[in-house]
Design a protein around this ligand. Structure first.
Ligand SMILES: [Zn+2]
Length: 403
């Protein structure tokens, strides 16, 4: 009996994970319509999706495209803006992100000394050549240094490194990054910001407005110049603002820009998340984690370069300035929170955490479970609005399996 059980277990294990060098077959509940499917992959792509008959109550995990996080500062102690960034560190962070269901991400480098920015982009460019993780890093995000120097709007960014946009300086960073910078967060009210946005747009970099106190016309000029997004709407904003004239309304009312939001349950209230989601809709909302390198470490006080940070269970704070410095949860948590806060479907939450960023950055083979797409897939359950990742596949290869 024991042997029979073992054989049966082995059989199901093989169904779940069987792969030769080139083929894999996985079964689960498709996130879009909750139908039971069997997905075959070949040469790293989804080659066939078969619908299977299903019992009403099927306990198999959901299958969805891997999550795509376009704003993440670091993970498991690896800081993409830190002085000690190495290719090995990027690898460690990437592998830890696979466990959280993130198959693609943009390492985000924030306002810093120019030489540090340059050095870190060079390390990231090197990391992108590592065949083991290259597929998981489609680009980088530069958040700053061309943002508002005003307290509150600058958030956790160090004032002394904040400056007006400088196109030739940016080009130098882009060269160090080997053209890997695909997204930049800029304040539109700064001197020179509008031509800078135009140059970025013409060079193929997506411009996102963030950490700013721009007026309605600043936002409009920026969008006319090509800005496509808003970075973590509702954060990177002073605690007290004018009820009429503030950066929130113009960005909410402007139909041509998408928003990113940190729906970790702490950076925005439930009402903010609901309102932003209702105004922009599922099509124009992107979830980001904004996770810090401290994510995944035990709570306590940490030193990061020149500053002291307080890591709680849920967020990272700068105790001196009394501002949030970043999140402690990967984007998989935001999927559950946004469902809870807005009552949106799993399909919609995955669209905001995978399909929309894929579309924004023209990652045409990602962001959906469809024949011909790259087999970057996650198997997971939802337990009390919490995503529990069971398996992660990249290009049809199993890269994480829950023990
Ligand atoms: Zn920020």
């Amino acid at each position: 009996m024991k042997i029979v059980t073992s054989i049966v277990v082995l059989f199901f294990y093989m169904i779940g994970t069987s792969q030769t060098n080139e083929m894999a077959q996985l079964e689960g509940i498709l996130y879009k319509d909750h139908s039971l499917v069997s997905i075959q992959t070949f040469n790293g792509d989804i080659s066939k999706i078969n619908r299977l008959s299903q019992n009403v109550k099927d306990s198999r995990p959901f299958i969805a495209p891997g999550l795509i996080d376009i704003q993440i500062n670091g993970f498991v102690g690896v800081d993409f803006s830190g002085p000690d960034l190495t290719v090995e560190g990027v690898k460690k962070a990437t592998q830890a992100l696979w466990e959280a269901g993130v198959t693609s991400y943009f390492p985000t480098v924030i306002t810093s000394d120019f030489n540090r920015l340059k050095k870190n982009f060079a390390v990231l460019a090197e990391a992108r050549k590592d065949p083991e993780i290259a597929l998981s890093i489609p680009g980088f995000h530069l958040e700053g240094p061309y943002i508002s120097p005003i307290a509150g709007f600058r958030g956790a960014h160090l004032e002394k490194y904040i400056k007006n946009p400088d196109w030739s300086e940016f080009q130098e960073l882009q060269r160090a990054a080997e053209n890997g910078i695909k997204l930049i967060t800029v304040a539109p009210e700064l001197v020179g910001a509008i031509p800078f946005i135009r140059n970025c747009t013409n060079s193929g970099v997506i411009v996102s407005l963030g950490h700013h106190n721009g007026s309605a016309s600043d936002v409009q000029f920026a969008v006319d110049a090509g800005a496509r997004m808003v970075t973590h709407l509702g954060n990177g904003c002073a605690n007290e603002i004018d009820r009429h004239l503030n950066p929130l309304w113009p960005q909410l009312s402007e139909d041509r820009i998408h928003i990113s939001i940190i729906a970790d349950g702490f950076h925005l209230t439930k009402e903010e998340v609901r309102t932003f989601y209702k105004v922009k809709g599922v099509e124009n909302t992107i979830l980001v984690s904004d996770a810090l390198d401290l994510a995944g470490l035990p709570p306590g006080e940490y030193r990061r370069g020149e500053r002291k940070l307080l890591l709680t269970q849920d967020v990272v704070k700068l105790p001196k300035e009394n501002v949030l410095a970043g999140a402690t949860s990967p984007i998989s948590k935001c999927v559950g929170v946004v469902m809870d806060f807005t009552q949106c479907s799993l399909r919609d939450a995955i669209q905001m955490a995978s399909s929309n960023p894929a579309r924004m950055f023209s990652l045409e083979d990602l962001g959906d479970v469809e024949q011909g797409k790259r087999a970057d897939l996650i198997l997971f359950t939802m337990e009390n609005n919490k995503m529990v990742v069971k398996k992660t596949y990249i290009q049809g290869q199993l890269v994480y399996s829950q023990k």
